[in-house]
Design a protein around this ligand. Sequence first.
Ligand SMILES: [Zn+2]
Length: 661
Amino acid sequence: MKIAQRIHIYPFLEDEAFGRLLAFLEEYRDCFDELTITTDYHHHGAIPLSELRPQAEILARRIRTLKEHGFRSVGFSVHSTFGHIDEGHEYYGQPFHPMMSPAGELAKGCFCPQHADMRAFILEKYRMYAQCRPDFMWVDDDVKYFLNGIQCACFCPECIKRFNRKMSTDYTRETLTAAMNEPNAVELRNAWVGDISDRITELFAEIGETVRAVDAQIRLGFQTQHQGWSTYNGMDFAAWFPALGGCMARPGEGTYDDKTPANLINKAFACARQAAEYPASVTDVQYEVEDFPNYSLLQKSVRFNLDECTLAIAQGMNGVLLNTLSPDPVMIGKDLGPLYQAMSVARKAWDRMECFARGMHGVGFYPAISSQYDRRRPLHDGESFFIATYDARRPQHDVRNTYGLSHVGIPLTLEAGSAFGAVFTGDLADGFTDEQLLDFLKNSVILDAKAVRAFARRGLEKYIGVRCSEKEYTDSIEEYFTDHPVNADAVGFKRNVHPAFFGSSAVILEPVCEGVVSIGDLCGLHGEHYGMTASLFENELGGRVCVLGYAGYHKIDSYPCLVRMQRVAEWLAKGKIHTRFYAPHLMPQFVRTDGTRTMATLVNLSLDPAEGVEYGVCGAKQATLLYRGEEIPLVARQRDGFGVFELPQMMALETVTLLVE
Ligand SMILES: [Zn+2]
């Protein structure tokens, strides 16, 4: 595996600071396979070349010096292409046409690359950095058309003109955006999103050409964004990377501190999802650990930093990009020693994991969101198209709702092709074709109530077995765990997650086929049964379906829910379940296999230590345990076809990895 270190520009500019940086890099040389100089620290899209060029000349010298010191791979992340957000505009102003929102609002620090002067500026900037002879250059993650200071871009006159030319239409910004907000204008929105994707493809082709004209050996990469943020870009990795000639990718998601431990899991999945969709030409995938903006262990602990790297490797990524160093030269070498000492120890295990897992695929259930979502979805309930899908006000678009299943030990994988089945929430089924949805239904699916409605709109109710009541219950309701084997030990348990406090809701499920069974009934506060609210069903395609109509994936971190979901998962997997817990633990598992060998990484998401965890791997006899820098041989106890391993103590947020051959 590769460890790349991102280093902001400031320590390079003065000799004295650079000397201290060099000493720091020498001290922890094991942690630096690659050095990535970020060309600026501010997020404005048009910092003038008159400021950047003298800096680039210094950086060219620094690259030569670093290579003389034996650092073999040194390159750039070109920090701004369009501009990231509205930052720096009071200083740098607006020298180019700003990006424009559907309503005509202008971004302050992000500029439209369709204008000839901005385009020339962008290409000249890439040419200038290429002339510094870096080994590689990244296009940073500001190449996107959402959240550029405005929600959705770019509707400037140049972009409207381009679209009209392509489509033989004569829209104005006002008529185009009104037409796009018609609920069923899927074709028009698809054409617009497709055009945005083409704008990126064309720009990437020009950037690639510009860089290669200077030096064809420079490797190129792009720092992508999560499909769960938005698919408004078109998310066409298969076109973008070849256009750029890019072999490097950095999947993105923001997790900047450790104050909400579960964000560790959200980011792991968000990045693995992008990695799973990169074309085969991308061979160097670098998960970015981002400790922006304080770059302090007070902001994000050593433990959390290490976990991020471990979970990236656990999901098949083959590198990490550490964005852990303060941009301020004053801080070089001052407070991050414990982090780099720990990394030096941990990298042996990461190398072992990365080598071991080559050729393996993910195991588990696939939390479904299509990269085509914004190209295919109709609009519901009067919503506007022009708002990023990743928005707390719009939970119906948020795939992260489903990630809580992993907290209670259900294995999730972002590799749809090898999954046991799929997990749906909200309107996300709208992003898939009928054929794709039927493929999911032939296998197995888990749905919340809104997802049932989304499948019903597509005429697929009979494969789910139930329809939802019109009424959504939000007050004084409980879920009663029925007398069904998946509820063993918890029959009669009344689950009350108090929607009045915490949001969410419940529905009654009405069977539309024979064979639907209840695993949960909706009850009033005096025990009156209103009807079924959670169901299991095997459909005519042979697929198995679980519907969770009471607060779906919301607050399922309780013993009865955990035990029920683990049994449901085993039923849905039709005997293919690969790994198993034997007692309740708050412990996401990340599992990969090639059919013969298995790698399983577990993280203790509880803040209490986990003691004596028993973990089963199908068919396993022995394993190597990677634990606290050691490799420990373990022998399994055999039980029902599973080899059961007793794991050592795991402190809060500690990981272990089992290599099973
Ligand atoms: Zn524009």
